[in-house]
Design a protein around this ligand. Structure first.
Ligand code: ATP
Ligand code: MG
Length: 569
């Protein structure tokens, strides 16, 4: 490609709302342009990078035996009603009507559609397993589209769906996908971890997220410093917390604690001169369900914080809201003195780590009173759930190593869905005994357009992008230093034509611009190499510049072919 013909509208300034390097450089480098909130067009350079990422993903998916399809962007609301998700999926699902008043959605994900494709077409266990995938545009009406391609409303995703005759077979595919994703992100040259995750709106059990570790990640993850353990904060486990501090040993009794309404756990532990570890904290929330909402109390150790997603899952709620003083009063609770003992007519859950613990102090559900010497033996097991947030410095559940908090960007997510969609949608097969069973399903996503931005978050400097060989829009930028110099232009053009014949991915910067201007574009766009054809050509030399290392080397034109072979390898 000749730069003079290339449509790459580069810019000196980034838009005001662009805060992250990927957003700034994608716009400034002329890779993409924005048409609306969370809506982007891919310009020629951006499209090339997008396609390269697609190619790597497609190659590995095909090797793993999955078959590519392409499903419609619009899908009938009826399918979403069948799965029961139409009313559950929040405002991210864009619902609309056509001229005949039929309802539709813009596909944010395609479980329903793929189930509809497969049901009544696959009837026997003999036709299983089957894995269908696509690389297409999705739409999610995100509440806060931001960071350019990292969180768009329209974005490109690879989504795959597998169908199995047993859980065991589904697990095999899940493992194969973990392996496949590992190959994909390794080929892209990314530093990543597969982390245990919450399953979110897609649901099912058993899911892993692939997180690229970068400074500007939106996700908080905990990473073990000793073993491979890593998890999203929403799903992180830890070795049970302990303390060296003495427990407040006491016989069970009600104790006068006039520390005032709305008193904090710190005030309580100060009152008793004990470690907050031995206190029980009540976190009161309003849980929202499909057709009602109710007050739910979560009890955790005083030293811990409530992990909201864990709590939401425990309460099987759609959402948890903060409560007002009035809400608390109305529910008959006394702020600052709420405890699990004798708590009636209120839904409550207790953190797993409190199970069978002794010498605790908790609210007595009476103003100015707490119980001391509390033992946690009398609660039914379904009261207990994993509720506490794992924090930086907690110990690894696998090896007791130290967990530290890191930032990650989710680039992939794999789920074991089981029969969550096949069952309500009546998608079944006949098993070996001639019995009808809903399919066991898995689903597997990769954020293709998000990866374009992630590649930059992972590799850039203050001048611009630094693409690697796998994702560079072009490998080499041949820069004619002064296009008025006939020798330079002739040499560079001949080299360009020769390399083009060899199908090499190259740019010839033949623009009538200053050398410095061209170098700036080279650095901003981030081609892996530039070959400068300048004054030294008179001495039979050209200069090769590596974008990643910044190293410049003069090469004799007689040795150029050999050296370039290495560049393109
Ligand atoms: P997130 O937690 O980031 O909102 P998600 O869990 O909703 O993502 P999935 O449903 O698992 O996303 O979708 C699969 C992949 O699609 C994600 O791993 C991510 O890489 C990508 N993706 C999801 N939402 C967006 C978005 N708004 N913009 C760009 N890519 C996205
Ligand atoms: Mg996800």
């Amino acid at each position: 490609m000749r730069f003079s013909k290339l449509f790459a509208p580069t810019a000196k300034e980034a838009p005001k709302d662009a805060l992250l390097p990927s957003h700034i450089f994608l716009i400034r480098g002329g890779f993409i342009n924005q048409t609306g909130s969370g809506l982007y067009n891919f310009l020629p350079l951006g499209k090339r990078v997008l396609d390269k990422i697609k190619d790597v993903v497609k190659d590995e998916m095909d090797k793993a035996g999955a078959q590519e399809v392409s499903m419609g962007v619009v899908s009938p609301a009826e399918l979403w009603r069948q799965s029961g998700r139409y009313n559950v999926y929040g405002k991210e699902l864009l619902r609309f009507k056509d001229r005949k008043d039929n309802e539709f959605v813009l596909g944010p994900t395609h479980e329903e559609v793929v189930v509809d494709i497969v049901r009544n077409r696959i009837n026997s266990y003999k036709q299983l397993p089957l894995h269908l995938y696509q690389i297409t545009t999705k739409f999610r009406d995100e509440a806060r589209p931001r960071f350019g391609l990292l969180r768009g409303r329209e974005f490109v995703m690879k989504d795959g769906y597998s169908f199995h005759s047993s859980i065991e077979d589904l697990r095999l595919e899940f493992d194969l996908m973990e392996e496949t994703y590992t190959k994909i992100f390794t080929r892209l040259g990314l530093k990543f971890r597969a982390v245990a995750a919450d399953s979110g709106a897609i649901g099912g059990s058993g899911s892993k997220e692939f997180m690229v570790l970068t400074k500007n990640g939106e996700d908080d993850i905990l990473v073990c410093d000793k073993c491979e353990y890593a998890a999203n904060v929403e799903a992180a486990k830890r070795a049970k917390k302990t303390t060296q501090n003495e427990p407040p040993e006491a016989i069970f009794a009600k104790f006068h604690t006039p520390i005032g309404e709305d008193s904090s756990i710190e005030q309580l532990s100060e009152f008793f001169k004990i470690d907050t570890f031995y206190t029980i904290k009540a976190v009161i929330k309003k849980a929202v369900y499909k057709d009602k909402s109710e007050i739910v109390v979560f009890f955790i150790r005083g030293c811990d914080a409530l992990q909201e997603i864990k709590a939401q899952n425990a309460a099987k709620a759609l959402e948890l809201l903060d409560v007002s003083k009035e809400d608390i009063k109305e529910a008959g609770l006394i702020a600052g003195f709420c405890g699990p003992i004798g708590l009636e007519n209120i839904k409550f859950f207790i953190d797993n780590e409190l199970k069978e613990e002794k010498n605790l102090i908790c609210g007595a559900n009476e103003r100015d009173y707490h119980y001391v010497g509390v033992s946690m033996f009398n609660f039914k097991s379904d009261r207990y759930a994993d509720l506490a947030a794992v924090e930086d410095g907690d110990l690894c559940p696998c090896c007791n190593g130290k967990l530290s908090l890191a930032k990650g960007i989710e680039v992939g997510h794999i789920f074991q869905l089981g029969q969550k969609y096949s069952s309500p949608m009546n998608a079944a097969f006949l098993d070996q005994n001639g019995k009808s069973q809903p399919f066991f399903m898995g689903c597997y996503g990769i954020g293709i357009s998000r990866l374009v931005a992630v590649m930059i978050e992972a590799n850039h400097d203050n001048k611009g992008c630094i693409w690697n060989k796998q994702t560079a829009p072009y490998m080499l930028d041949i820069i004619i230093s002064n296009i008025k110099n006939e020798t330079q232009t002739k040499f560079a053009t001949k080299l360009y034509e020769d390399l083009k014949m060899e199908k090499k991915e190259i740019i010839l910067d033949d623009r009538n611009e200053r050398f410095g201007f061209k170098m700036n574009d080279f650095e901003l766009i981030g081609f892996p190499y530039a070959l400068i054809v300048g004054r030294e050509l008179d001495e039979g030399k050209v200069e090769l510049v590596s974008r990643v290392s910044g190293i410049k080397e003069f090469i004799n034109t007689s040795e150029l072919n050999e050296r370039l072979k290495e560049v393109f390898e």
